[in-house]
Design a protein around this ligand. Structure first.
Ligand code: TRH
Length: 379
């Protein structure tokens, strides 16, 4: 049934919150024919993910989604389903209007992704609101049937496979980024990470290794870090050679282009939440940096993911993957050595990444599960 949705997105920092909420909004429209308003407080960030978004318009329709400016939310009549991304608080006027609705909206708090076991016990738990008669439901993405699943568009795996088989399409894509593969056997790596003290040792391992490496780094904090390691200024468009390593700095890509980058590369360094999921769905090996938390809580997330990711891997391959993830997240000087050990088993790591992606593609689809849950609550 066609329902009205309000998706509320506040961009605290970085791109992940907008990336996840925007993906959900698009998929609800295109695959489930839902009517979606997307309320966002930072149109500039959304514009970087999708250049069709005009950052100065307070209302516009993009990919079937009505994109609206957050400041108009207080005056809006709430939709049948309200999804707040990552606990963002709607303005009190809007909540009052939710209370006044004849049928209360289904109110969802879309949570952060974690592979930890406790997520299953909290998924779809109701949270009665102390100040009003509304009930909010926690909706957790996750890797098991007892969670909300992952965001993945219908046809994603088919499009990825077709692209990965099409060497002309890959060459054309790399050319569009002005990346030249001087050596066809070079290991192609995309690099997206938080500030990480282990980057220096990794770059030196790439530069001094036996195999040529091409590292594609989209614009952002990573270019500042690479500049420090290389001892020269690296900006979008720069190409820097250090021994066996060629660094190509490219502009920040739109979401769909970024997917292509992940599909094209042999290994993807990703971070946070959304690029982390997209790299898994790219069916290529990944190295994930979790969003660092001062109390070290991110390491539990890394361990929980590794438990699932490596469960079906050959033990030695799983061990090497785990060692690299740990060194990267602990920002250890062992990172260079651990990377080399991982690459010794490159073929097995590739196969494992491909099996994992198939496992995910056959698993839960978040947009569909969320729509089913809301429909059930509305009936
Ligand atoms: O930007 P992030 O660090 O976002 C994070 C996470 O969401 C984290 O959970 C949250 O707590 C923190 O912000 C505040 O990393 P993430 O989640 O991978 O989001 C990056 C988005 O940017 C993702 O949607 C992919 C997209 N992207 C592009 O579209 N083009 C690019 O060139 C790059 C590098 C990324």
């Amino acid at each position: 049934m066609k329902r009205g949705w309000d998706i509320l997105c506040s961009v605290v920092d970085n791109f992940g919150d907008a990336g996840v909420c925007w993906r959900l909004a698009r998929q609800l429209c295109s695959e489930l024919d839902q009517s979606v308003r997307f309320w966002v407080d930072n149109l500039d960030t959304l514009h970087r993910l999708n250049r069709d978004v005009n950052p100065v318009l307070v209302a516009q329709c993009i990919d079937g989604v009505e994109v609206r400016c957050w400041r108009d939310l207080a005056q809006a009549e709430p939709a049948e389903i309200v999804v707040e991304g990552f606990g963002v608080r709607p303005p009190p006027e809007y909540v009052d209007a939710m209370v006044r609705r004849k049928t209360p909206p289904v109110w969802i708090n879309l949570e952060y992704l974690s592979a930890e076991k406790w997520v299953e016990g909290c998924h779809v738990l109701p949270s009665p609101q102390p100040a009003n008669p509304l009930v909010k439901y926690f909706f957790f993405p996750g890797f098991t049937p007892a969670t909300g699943g992952l965001l993945m568009e219908r046809g994603l795996c088919g499009a990825r496979d077709a692209f990965q088989r099409d060497t002309t399409a890959i060459a054309g894509f790399l050319q569009s980024l002005q990346v030249t593969m001087v050596d066809a056997d070079a290991v192609l790596i995309s690099l997206f990470c938080y500030d990480n003290a282990a980057l220096s040792t990794l770059v030196h391992a790439w530069a001094g290794g036996a195999a040529p490496v091409v590292c594609i780094a989209p614009e952002g904090n990573v270019l500042t870090q690479l500049s420090q390691v290389a001892g020269r200024r690296i900006v979008a468009g720069s190409r820097v050679v250090m021994g066996k390593l060629a660094i190509h700095a490219v502009p920040f890509l739109e979401l769909d282009q970024y997917d292509r980058l992940l599909w094209a590369c042999d290994v993807n360094f990703v971070r946070g939440e959304d690029s982390f999921v997209r790299a898994q769905l790219a069916a290529r090996p990944l190295v994930w940096q979790a969003y660092p938390q001062s109390d070290g809580a991110h390491m539990s997330k890394v361990d929980a993911f590794l438990d699932r990711y490596c469960a079906a891997a050959e033990p030695e391959v799983g061990r090497r993957v785990g060692t690299v993830f740990n060194s990267w997240n602990r920002q250890s000087t062992d990172m260079g050595r651990d990377w080399c050990a991982l690459m010794e088993r490159r073929a097995d790591v590739d196969t494992h990444a491909s099996h994992w992606a198939s496992h995910l593609c056959n698993g839960g689809n978040l947009a569909h599960r969320l729509a089913e849950f809301c429909e059930y609550r509305l009936k």
